[in-house]
Design a protein around this ligand. Sequence first.
Ligand code: FAD
Ligand code: DLZ
Length: 526
Amino acid sequence: MSGTLILLLGDQLSHSISSLQDYPENAVIALCEVSGEGCYVPHHPQKIALILAAMRHFAKELRDKGYRVHYSALDDADNCQDLIAEAERLAGQYDCGEIRLVQPGEWRLLARIRERQKTAGAPRWRLLEDDRFFCTAREFADWIEERKTPRMEHFYRRMRRKTGLLMEDDAPAGGQWNFDHDNRQPVRNNLRTLTPPAHGRDDITNRVLELVNEHFGDHFGTLDGFNWPVTRRQALVDLRHFIDNALADFGTYQDAIDDRDPYLFHSRLSSAMNIGLLSPREVCEAAEAAYYRGEAPINAVEGFIRQILGWREYVRGIYWHHMPAYKRENRLNARRNLPDFYWSGDTDLRCLRRAIEMTRDNAYAHHIQRLMVTGNFALLCGVKPEALCDWYLAVYVDAFEWVELPNTLGMVLYADGGLMGSKPYCASGKYIQRMSNHCGDCRFNPKKTIGDTACPFNSLYWHFLERNAERLESNPRMKLIYGSLRRMSDEKRAAIREQAEGFLNSLETEPAYGQGEHLDGYRRQA
Ligand code: FAD
Ligand code: DLZ
């Protein structure tokens, strides 16, 4: 057992990844498709197709470069269908005493590998640090341990100084660290629309699409419009398209929501970065270069770089610093099941319907749809964290737990008690009316709180505040809104309560995936 098996996971598809540097001669590089990874939550078929197609293309690139590669395909007869079991089977087959890999991006796998490290007779599992990020786990731990309120903004400034991105000597480019106040324009009717580049499908991608349809075709989501980049070359086309066509308007319309256009001026680059086809540094540098060429304004470029250098690194730091306890947090004591319509879009609330339909069709919804539509609604209803987190982990093409969990449990549900954000992102229907063009096509009226045609977000909003007053009322950032609640007459408060409770009762259904025994809730609607 003298050899080494280098295991590359489906989100480790970077040629510069540490496990592919300085590896022993004769090592075997293994990529393993396994059904276990496709089913631990019911991933959207486009997400599975992206990963399998990208793995197959990456394996081909490695072989073309002369590497010794083993590829376990999903329908191989001897495939164990579990990553760890399959890697150990291959270690036996190739006479390898060591399995080497970069630390996985999800705790569930890391915990299982650590168990194997303690198991007598198992091959030696050697974990390498994932160095594809700007900030290491150690650096983040040092930073957070020094602080009482570890806010993203402070972390982000530190990362700007460390990387020099948008820095001019020791000062931030444009004279300010953050241009968020310029980035809140609502959608407009005559906004230009952009069509993402259409990626051709070769035989590898076509075969994967068939395979995913065969094995995972009953998961929520359609494969029809699949157009995610599955190679670095395709990802670079998307990056160039974003920089040349969308970046200049990214900031201004970052928070806008459009009834028809799922992407607006968003980059669609998260999945390519998360699986390793693009590095976050090259994406930030491309945006920075556009600013210095005068092709995009500072509010756009700073806003974009903050998402990657700030938020993306910060949520990863939070995840690794606080797991596994973080996943069990539920400080608002939310207990409700996820409404069934999250798996179908079958609701009269236009904004929710469109966000879920876009998710079904593209495995994508942009940040404000995730935060202020599907997220806000679940927060107001009191959906329990594990149910909502499993949904977000399943339905988006870019979803990996290191980035999904802090966004959902922390930012959306405030279940970590304010570690991620200084106040909950709760909002009434008026916010959605202001930022989107959904409400004109909705049977509910965002100006009304009581009655059959009242927008449910309105009564739910006050109900949420009243229900959580003990925990939230003392928050200085909530003082104004609690003042309004307290100034309402008892009759008005009682009427709103009754309206909200009537609506919440109408949501009660059989538990769907992640909250009960049966899995029917997520099966694709015929
Ligand atoms: P753009 O709007 O173009 O932003 C540029 C990049 O910034 C993104 O590609 C992404 O890498 C990064 N980014 C932006 N916002 C965040 C954020 N809050 N946290 C981390 N990175 C960010 N992002 C994921 O990559 N995977 C997830 O599983 C995921 N789950 C989310 C769940 C919820 C409830 C919420 C509110 C947000 C989640 N996000 C997640 C963050 C964000 O919504 C997506 O990164 C973004 O919508 C991806 O689309 P884009 O590439 O067009 O992003
Ligand atoms: C998400 C995913 C899927 C659907 N399938 C595979 C697979 O067959 N083989 C693999 O190596 N990785 C897959 N992945 C990505 C893993 O789930 C991911 O590497 C871990 O969750 C750690 O982030």
